[in-house]
Design a protein around this ligand. Structure first.
Ligand SMILES: Nc1ncnc2c1ncn2[C@@H]1O[C@H](COP(=O)(O)OP(=O)(O)OP(=O)(O)O)[C@@H](O)[C@H]1O
Ligand SMILES: CC(=O)N[C@H]1[C@@H]2OC[C@@H](O2)[C@@H](O)[C@@H]1O[C@H](C)C(=O)O
Length: 409
């Protein structure tokens, strides 16, 4: 069957993701039509369902590298699947039911591949013995909330484990949203950067949509988004606050530019794309070092937050200037960080005359764009359409992303 014939069958899709901020499950119910260039999505419902606090604490601890037993891991895996399944049930209330779920799950570990893993893998399967395959040191990325259980609990066919296929052939398995961005947010004449500011930041540069535009897309993780800010706010408020609402606290301080320059010397910011990162690098250990550095400059709490916010903004703009073939004509923000008005102002200042808008302003919801993307990726998997962009993940070729778990009902 041709993909477009199958497309008519499953158009109502649920997307589920909890990102690196671990703030809750973003769930969407969308209506999808078309496949790629004619792809259209309509958001019917979108909601964030907070994690039960005990489960959130456990996820954060695992993500921070705290050792747990296999039994505890199994329990967390299924607890996450259960709350994801519940979110899928709730998002359908008052609507016609969905026929497919694309569930990203919860990342608890992400290790990029060692440089060159992609090239070695692309030389051909026949040349690899199990030993040499391992010695290339592929990436590894673990998303919990197993799809089989979500499919069983909801009675809806579920696509999950999106990152492993790209990683198995030498890619980073991230970022995966850029291919969806390309079809939903490209413009015939305008080069655009789609900048997600979640726990981690990532960008997709999408050149004007003509010629071989798809192969000219560039995407990578820019570094910290809100991950360090959230940790710092929790620490500096002694647990009273979890994030810097609208960036108000940071806005009352002054960024320490020499410290930002010092932090920007870090290897990650100079590594050429494709590249990906996570809380393993920009997490608790990084924050503790940053707080020590800040002490040397005698920064107060507001100055520390202003300086960390500046690191997020400066690392984004520095990466555009260093790695893009040309600067974009427009930057479109999404993710929770797009609500941080102080961060947005700093970005605008550093980007000088380039307009910075939210994706909402071009018709795509900025809070739920990632959940929408995983609904589309699940739909593409169902239709047999590849989901990765080799220029974004570093994989040697396009592959089908995700494992399909058929509903048994
Ligand atoms: N009004 C606001 N003001 C400032 N920051 C905000 C606001 N709303 C959300 N945020 C920030 O956004 C974060 C959540 O963003 P988001 O849901 O995009 O992250 P995520 O999906 O977990 O991350 P990732 O894209 O890395 O997977 C919160 O932890 C908070 O720091
Ligand atoms: C391993 C993992 O979960 N990575 C996330 C994370 O959050 C932002 C950034 O790091 C991005 O590369 C990726 O998420 C989005 C959804 C992506 O794959 O496009």
């Amino acid at each position: 069957m041709h993909p477009t014939e199958k497309a008519a069958v499953s158009t109502r899709v649920i997307g589920l993701i909890s990102g690196t901020s671990v703030d809750g499950i973003d769930a969407v119910l969308i209506e999808i039509s078309g496949t790629e260039l004619d792809l259209k999505v309509e958001l019917l419902a979108g909601k964030t369902y907070p994690y039960p606090s005990e489960l959130r604490e456990k996820i954060l601890a695992v993500g921070a590298g705290v050792a747990i037993s296999m039994e505890e891991l199994a329990e967390i895996d299924d607890a996450i699947a259960q709350v994801f399944a519940q979110a899928a049930q709730n998002i359908q209330i008052g609507h016609q039911p969905a026929t497919l779920i694309g569930s990203h799950g919860q990342t608890v570990y992400h290790r990029p591949p060692k440089e060159g893993a992609g090239e070695q893998r692309s030389r051909g399967r026949e040349m690899l013995t199990p030993h040499s395959a391992l010695s290339t040191r592929l990436g590894y990325s673990l998303q919990l909330g197993r799809g089989e259980l979500i499919a069983y609990l909801t009675g809806i066919t579920t696509v999950s484990n999106f990152r492993v296929a790209d990683i198995a052939i030498g890619g980073h398995g991230a970022p995966l949203v850029p291919r969806v961005d390309a079809y939903l947010l490209s413009h015939p004449e305008e080069g655009r950067c789609i900048q997600n500011i979640g726990g981690i930041g990532n960008v997709a540069y999408i050149p004007p949509r003509h010629g071989d535009w798809l192969s000219k897309i560039r995407a990578w993780d820019t570094g910290p988004g809100n991950s360090l800010l959230d940790l710092a706010v929790e620490h500096l408020s002694a647990g009273a606050k979890t994030y810097d609402e609208n960036g108000n606290w940071a806005a009352s301080g002054t960024p320490c530019h020499p410290l930002v320059e010092q932090w920007l010397n870090q290897d990650y910011f100079h590594l050429p794309p494709p590249k990906s990162t996570g809380r393993e690098l920009f997490g608790v250990t990084y924050l503790h070092q940053s707080l020590k550095d800040a002490q040397e400059y005698q920064l107060n709490a507001a100055d520390i937050l202003a300086t960390l916010t500046e690191l997020t903004a400066a690392s984004i703009v520095h990466s555009y200037r260093t790695f893009l073939p040309e600067m974009p004509q427009r930057v479109l923000l999404c993710g929770g960080g797009s609500r941080n008005l102080y961060l947005k102002r700093r970005l605008e200042l550093l980007l000088t005359s380039i307009p910075v808008l939210a994706t909402d302003e071009v018709g795509l919801n900025a809070d739920f764009k990632e959940a929408i993307a995983f609904a589309v990726l699940g739909y593409w998997r169902h239709l047999g359409i590849p989901g990765n962009l080799p220029t974004a993940t570093g994989a040697p070729r396009e592959v089908l992303l995700g494992e399909i778990h058929q509903s048994q009902s």
